[in-house]
Ligand binder design. Structure first.
Ligand code: AKB
Length: 317
């Protein structure tokens, strides 16, 4: 029986992962943790804890006999640029605290399986941008991307040196309707749906031809759970796996929305996020995830657009 802790549970991925893991393992075996007082999503027991407080997290893990931790607390790319030191501290020390706890518990005969999200932000301007390989040049330019690349190296190090069973995915931009976007460069692909449903012209902060890898939330959650459920010997890569969903640019996404809402209009006003997006891949080669643990994306753009338009709650935006 698994006992699961999700740190950063009120964020975009956490909010949906809590529900999926509670369904899979039973709500009594899942703890949602975050720094706020509110249990926003309510599918599991909620505990207020800061991932930067290592002793408090270690106590929680010991007291509740936790066997799996999802460490999702982070500042994303756009927010990170506004507070680089805060982003570095949260993103690196948060991960290091969890890896250290996993090392200590492993040495005490109580292994802790860890999931940590990397991102397409770990790549940079000199990375081949089309069908970006699993192993390639990585020269991230945002503080968020630098923290993701460093985090990947830490994950591989803790696995090689201490045998920590840590697993990771380089998430593309994740599109979802249940929680608001969280300060990323790919947020436009969520905000555009809110504007379309409100009947507003969407002013896009990226230019029309800015193609980026994206993934719809159900595929992202399935990838995460499939990786965590894979037998350890199949998880050959312990830095982080490329996982692809779909790739499109704002002009193409707007056109897909216009098929359903012909009156929808988009205008372009690129800001500082354009520079971040320009340094990221356009599409990913995820063949290692396919070969090693059977990953295959399912959701296509038109299906995603239809589902978003049917489910986005404009009251939330
Ligand atoms: C961001 O835009 O910062 C994130 C990411 C791609 O990691 N969505």
């Amino acid at each position: 029986m698994e006992r699961i802790l999700i740190i950063g549970a009120n964020g975009q991925i956490g909010s949906e992962l809590v529900t999926a893991l509670a369904q899979q393992h039973g709500a009594a075996n899942v703890i949602a943790a975050d720094i706020g007082t509110d249990n926003i999503y309510g599918a599991a027991r909620y505990v207020r804890v800061d991932v930067l407080d290592k002793d408090a997290v270690a106590r929680l893990i010991a007291d509740d006999d936790i066997t799996q931790v999802y460490q999702l607390a982070a500042l994303l790319s756009a927010t990170g640029e506004k507070a680089p030191l805060k982003a570095w501290t949260l993103n690196m020390d948060g991960l290091l605290n969890i890896l250290e706890i996993a090392r200590e518990r492993g040495e005490a005969g109580k292994p802790l399986k860890v999931f940590w999200p990397s991102s397409i932000a770990a790549f940079g301007p000199n990375t081949p941008s089309v069908s970006t390989p699993q192993y390639t040049i990585m020269d991230p330019t945002s503080i968020y991307g630098i923290s993701k690349l460093a985090g990947e190296r830490l994950c591989e190090y803790y696995h090689a040196k201490y045998g920590v069973d840590v697993r990771s995915i380089r998430y593309p931009g994740i599109i979802s309707y249940k929680s608001p976007p969280g300060g990323g460069t790919t947020d436009y692909a969520i905000a555009i749906f809110h504007a379309a449903l409100r009947g507003d012209t969407y002013e896009c902060f990226l230019g029309p031809e800015t193609t980026l890898p994206m993934i719809y939330m159900p595929d992202a959650i399935r990838a995460t759970i499939e990786l965590m459920d894979a037998p350890a010997e199949q998880v050959v890569i312990r830095s982080s796996y490329n996982v692809a969903g779909v790739s499109f640019n704002p002009r193409e996404l707007a056109a897909a929305i216009q098929k359903k809402l012909p009156a929808f209009r988009i205008a372009y006003q690129p800001d500082s996020r354009q520079q971040i997006a320009d340094s990221w891949p356009k599409s990913l080669d995820d063949s290692r995830a396919a070969t090693d643990w059977g990953w295959k994306a399912r959701v296509k753009v038109d299906e995603m657009v239809e589902d978003m338009l049917a489910n986005v709650d404009v009251g939330m935006s």
